[in-house]
Design a protein around this ligand. Structure first.
Ligand code: ADP
Length: 425
């Protein structure tokens, strides 16, 4: 297979994360992972949309980076009627900085796609067949996949000649053994409706488990890691030798940990009860469990900073919400220790995992029998770097490993379009 003519000079990847009314983007240079532009368009299709465009690392190295050096961002409000208009505006902003979509340095566009079902265990070079497959998965992710498709179609219309790659949130979890992925329900019904555990946040779990192995100075194939991705959405995964063997989210992102607004695990009969006894509709129950539960349902706040502040003021509802959150987290650490047998590291990541030292401390407290311990001083340090927060010599390393889903999407995209080129770490 011949490599692209521009293989040596085309080193940039544009990452697009397209939501139903938003479009987030990052332009990365794959020689060193530098971020040339970061931005988002919000409220697409509404009366006033907003575009925020920043140049975090332009002019930061000696390469020919963006023509307009320096920090800072630009903001534009106006009406972007649809995703096509939004992407055109993004393209204008990039062109203004000399890093437009038509620049020869742009190697590919990488798209985040939420649901890849069983079909996609790897990133896929987008063609009409791949688009049709993503479309076929819409019933499994009715909110997300249509929005992701919109982003892909818009970008293809703008640069039909450029390789475009879909990177799936579910892909990393397709290695789960069948006994972890199947629900114990009637097999024929499950198969007829593609009901099984798919898992999400896979790009983050892949990135963080690999970075954790690096932090330990080992190859991913040599280590077993429990990754705790604690953002507004939250999920845990058990990764054995670089392969996911279990994860806490299931058919949808509702299962598993207590989240900002989602309940996580509950007895499924709660839903029958709400339907039969409380008279709620299916849509109302869906909204209750996905939007009005979790931390917000328990105490009215889903921001961990606010919850900590309220606890410090003696607020009992906030304290109980925190307690329920931590209890669930501990149960998953225990469960995945059993699944893995030997745990080399537990890695905390995402907004809460990276920033909330009290959550890390409480989650690990009392788990000495599992080899877990915390060094309070190390845990209190704030940093954007991967770091170990357990004492030296601990049987299981506890680590904080900041996630970077965009870099991982760019990395996988770049690796796919030029398999002969070495991808950056
Ligand atoms: P998502 O990508 O799921 O929207 P993030 O990974 O950005 O979420 O995490 C957002 C959450 O991180 C916030 O809701 C808040 O609870 C938590 N968070 C962010 N910064 C801090 C902090 N300094 N201390 C404690 N929690 C924080």
């Amino acid at each position: 297979m011949s490599s692209y003519d521009a293989a040596d000079t085309a080193t940039r990847v544009l990452v697009l994360n397209s939501g139903s009314s938003s479009l987030k983007y990052q332009l990365l240079d794959m020689r060193d992972g530098a971020r040339l532009a970061v931005g988002m368009v919000e409220r697409i299709g509404e009366k006033t949309s907003r575009l925020v465009h920043t140049l975090p690392e332009s002019g930061g190295d000696s390469s020919d980076g963006g023509s307009s050096g320096g920090e800072g961002g630009r903001e534009r409000t106006g009406r972007f009627a649809d995703h096509a208009k939004a992407l055109e505006a993004v393209a204008d902003e990039l062109a203004h900085d000399g890093i437009g979509l038509d620049s020869p340095e742009l190697a590919a566009i990488g798209h985040r796609v939420v649901h890849g079902g069983l079909r996609f265990s790897e990133p896929a070079l987008i063609d009409d067949g791949v688009l049709a497959e993503i479309e076929r998965l819409v019933p499994l992710a009715p909110l997300h996949n249509p929005a992701n498709l919109l982003g892909i179609r818009t970008a293809r219309a703008l640069r039909p000649d450029l390789p475009q790659v879909a990177v799936f949130d579910t892909a990393f979890h397709t290695t789960m053994p069948e006994y972890a992925a199947r629900y114990a329900i009637d097999t024929a019904t499950a198969d007829a409706h593609r009901i099984r555990r798919y898992g999400f946040h896979g790009t983050s779990h892949a990135y963080v488990s690999r970075r954790t192995a690096e932090l330990l100075g080992k190859d991913p194939s040599e280590v077993n890691v429990i990754v705790l991705h604690l953002g507004n959405g939250a999920s845990a995964s058990a990764v054995a030798g670089g392969r996911c063997v279990d994860t806490s989210m299931g058919l949808t992102p509702l299962e598993g940990l207590v989240m900002g607004t989602r309940s996580g695990d509950i007895d499924p009969a709660v839903t029958f009860h709400l339907r039969r006894v409380a008279g709620m509709s299916v849509d109302e129950i869906d909204e209750l469990l996905n939007k009005k539960s979790g931390l917000v349902g328990l105490c009215g706040d889903n921001d961990m900073r606010e919850i900590r502040r309220r606890i410090d003021e003696g607020d009992e509802r906030a304290r109980l919400a925190f307690g329920i959150y931590i209890h669930r987290l501990k149960k998953y650490i225990g469960a995945y220790s059993a699944v893995l047998g030997r745990v080399d590291a537990v890695a905390f990541t995402a907004g809460v995992g990276e920033n909330a030292a009290e959550v890390r401390e409480a989650a690990v407290a009392g788990l000495e029998a599992l080899g877990l311990a915390m060094d309070a001083k190390r845990n209190a340090v704030r940093s954007g770097e991967p770091r170990i927060v357990s004492p030296d010599g601990a049987r299981t390393v506890v680590a904080v490993v900041p996630t970077d889903e965009e870099l991982e999407i760019a990395r996988q995209t770049f690796a796919l379009i030029g398999e002969d080129r070495p991808a950056i770490a």
